[in-house]
Design a protein around this ligand. Structure first.
Ligand SMILES: [Mg+2]
Length: 381
C-alpha cells in the first residue's frame, strides 16, 4: 500500500483539513492548522506531501522523523502543525487498515469515558451566569472561561476585582462539585499574575491557563512556587523539547494541541514526559471534529489524563461548528459531560467529504483580533 494523493481543504469557521488517500483506496483525515495562519500551514503541507507520495502510510514513526527533522530547520508552529495533521491522517489510515481504533494501537483503553469541558464566554457576570447555567443543565461538570480582556501591565484594583467577580459568579452557579478553569491567554504580566492568582485561590479553579505568554515560561518556576492554584500551559508549545522547561518548572497540567504539537505520535510522548513530572494531560482543542477525534483517542489511551477541551458552542465559531463536517455526531454526543468510547476504526469519526469539498470552495480568511490598550499600544489577545 502506498500513499497516492494528499489534499487540503480550507473550511469555515477557521480550520484546515487534510485527506491522505492510498492506492488501495483507504482515506485518512487530519486537521493541520494554526488558527489565523491556515493558508501558511496549507503551503507547508503541500511541501511535506512531496516526500510522502509513494511511501508506505503505515511507517508513521519513520515518516514523523523525516517530516520533522528531514528539512534540517525544524520546529515552530507552522511546521509542527503541518506534521500534526498529516500524522493524524496516517494514524486514521493505520486504524482503518488494521481494523482498530487508534487508542487500541496505542496500547488499549485505560478508561471508558472522557470528561470534557464546555466554553463559556460572556463578558458580563450576568451573561456568564446564564451561559454556565445552560451548560450545567446540558450535563457538563466543568466549564472554562476567559477571565479578563486586555489587562494593564500591572493590574489596577478594579481590574483585579473584576476578574475575581467573574470567577466568583461562575463558582456561584457551579457549586462545590463542578469545576471552573480560567484561561488568561497570556494577558497578564508575571507581576499581575502573582497578584491575581492569590486573589483567585479561594474560588478553587481547576487550573489557571496561560497566566503569562509562553515567551515568559522561563519565569514559570517562580510563578508555580507562589501560586496556590494549579497552573496549565501548552497550546503554544509544539514538542517534547518545548514542554520540558514548563514541566521542570512544575506546571500541573500540560495542554498540547493535537493539531499543533506534532500530532498523535508526539502528544503520546508528551503525555509520558508529563507523567514523569506528575503532570496531567488536558489537550487543547478549540478546533474541528478531526482534531477532537484525535484528542479523544489519546485521552482513551493515556493514564495521566485530566479533561478534554471541545469547541461546541465556542464563541470563535461562526458559519460552521463541530458537527458541520461529520456524517454521524455520535462520537461527540456528550452524556453527563463525558464523551464515550467507541470501537470504530482509525480516529473513529466519519468525515462528510461532500460537505468538506463544498466548504473549501468558500474557504475562510480568519484572523485573530489585534487588541490595543487605551493608550494605543499593542495588547495581548
Ligand atoms: Mg487557552
Amino acid at each position: 500500500m502506498k500513499i497516492a494523493r494528499i489534499e487540503t481543504f480550507l473550511v469555515p469557521p477557521r480550520w484546515l483539513f487534510c485527506r491522505i488517500e492510498t492506492d488501495d483506496g483507504v482515506a485518512g483525515w487530519g486537521e493541520p492548522v494554526v488558527e489565523g495562519r491556515a493558508e501558511v500551514v496549507r503551503a507547508a503541507v503541500d511541501v511535506l506531501a512531496e516526500y510522502l507520495i509513494g511511501q508506505d502510510p503505515l511507517r508513521i514513526q519513520d515518516h514523523w522523523q523525516v517530516l520533522t527533522k528531514g528539512g534540517f530547520y525544524r520546529g515552530g508552529p507552522v511546521l509542527s502543525s503541518a506534521v500534526a495533521g498529516l500524522d493524524q491522517a496516517l494514524w486514521d489510515i493505520a486504524g482503518k487498515t488494521y481494523g482498530a481504533p487508534v487508542h487500541a494501537l496505542l496500547g488499549g483503553p485505560v478508561r471508558d469515558r472522557v470528561r470534557v469541558y464546555a466554553w463559556v464566554g460572556g463578558d458580563e457576570p450576568t451573561e456568564l451566569t446564564e451561559q454556565i447555567t445552560a451548560q450545567v443543565e446540558a450535563g457538563f461538570t466543568a466549564v472554562k472561561m476567559n477571565a479578563a480582556g486586555a489587562t494593564s501591565p500591572v493590574t489596577t484594583p478594579a481590574e483585579t476585582a473584576q476578574i475575581v467577580a467573574r470567577v466568583a459568579a461562575a463558582r456561584d452557579v457551579l457549586g462545590p462539585h463542578r469545576d471552573v478553569a480560567v484561561d488568561f491567554h497570556g494577558r497578564l504580566t508575571v507581576a499581575s499574575a502573582r497578584r491575581v492568582l492569590t486573589e483567585l485561590a479561594p474560588l478553587h479553579p481547576l487550573f489557571v491557563e496561560e497566566p503569562v505568554v509562553p515567551d515568559h515560561d522561563h519565569l514559570l518556576p517562580g510563578l508555580v512556587a507562589t501560586s496556590p492554584i494549579p497552573l496549565a500551559t501548552g497550546e503554544r508549545l509544539y514538542s517534547r523539547t518545548d514542554f520540558l522547561p514548563a514541566l521542570t518548572a512544575g506546571i500541573a497540567v500540560a495542554q498540547p494541541d493535537l493539531s499543533h504539537a506534532g500530532g498523535i505520535t508526539e502528544v503520546h510522548r508528551i503525555a509520558s514526559l508529563a507523567d514523569t513530572y506528575g503532570a496531567q494531560l488536558a489537550p487543547h482543542c478549540p478546533l474541528g471534529p478531526i482534531a477532537l477525534a484525535a484528542s479523544l483517542q489519546i485521552a482513551f489511551a493515556t493514564p495521566n489524563f485530566l479533561i478534554q477541551e471541545q469547541s461546541r458552542g465556542i464563541h470563535y465559531n461562526k458559519d460552521a461548528d463541530l458537527l458541520s463536517y461529520v456524517v454521524d455526531p455520535e462520537p461527540f454526543r456528550f452524556v453527563a459531560g463525558h464523551a464515550h468510547r467507541g470501537d470504530a476504526p482509525g480516529l473513529g469519526v466519519t468525515v462528510d467529504e461532500a460537505a468538506v469539498r463544498a466548504a473549501d470552495r468558500t474557504g475562510h480568511a480568519w484572523r485573530n483580533p489585534v487588541w490595543r490598550h487605551a493608550d494605543g499600544s499593542f495588547a495581548e489577545w
